[in-house]
Design a protein around this ligand. Structure first.
Ligand SMILES: [Fe+2]
Ligand SMILES: [Fe+2]
Length: 127
């Protein structure tokens, strides 16, 4: 598997973990589409869906912060914006290129997502 789920990714919040799993699955789907030589349109549609779901996930996640953690919440929100910027740039670049993703792009998406999840394991288990 290209992006296997690891037990160490679990935050203990069942909703959060289900959403993270779904995001990991979507990266796996993107990699599969790439390996099977699916059209650039199909590959781009998967990334677009991934970005939309990421948006839903992030909004849910930010609601978990209690009022006394406003500062951490703002910090986290800034990280999300940075992540979105990266994915949108990649989406635009791939749309313009017209040839689909490079393996390196999909590896980058996976690594950024895994990094996001691992940071949250520490962040949300301290609540
Ligand atoms: Fe997050
Ligand atoms: Fe998350």
């Amino acid at each position: 598997m290209f992006a296997p789920w690891q037990e160490s990714y679990a935050t203990g919040n069942p909703v959060l973990d289900t959403q993270h799993r779904k995001l990991i699955d979507m990266v796996e789907d993107l990699h599969r589409a790439f390996e099977l030589g699916k059209s650039p349109e199909t590959q781009l549609a998967i990334l677009e869906e991934f970005i939309s779901y990421l948006d839903i996930h992030e909004n849910f996640e930010l609601q978990l912060y209690p009022p006394q953690r406003t500062e951490q919440r703002t910090q986290h929100q800034m990280e999300h914006e940075k992540m979105h910027g990266l994915f949108h740039d990649l989406l635009k670049r791939t749309q313009q290129g017209g040839t689909g993703f490079h393996l390196q792009d999909i590896e980058d998406i996976r690594d950024i997502l895994v990094d996001h999840i691992c940071t949250e394991v520490t962040e949300f288990t301290t609540f």
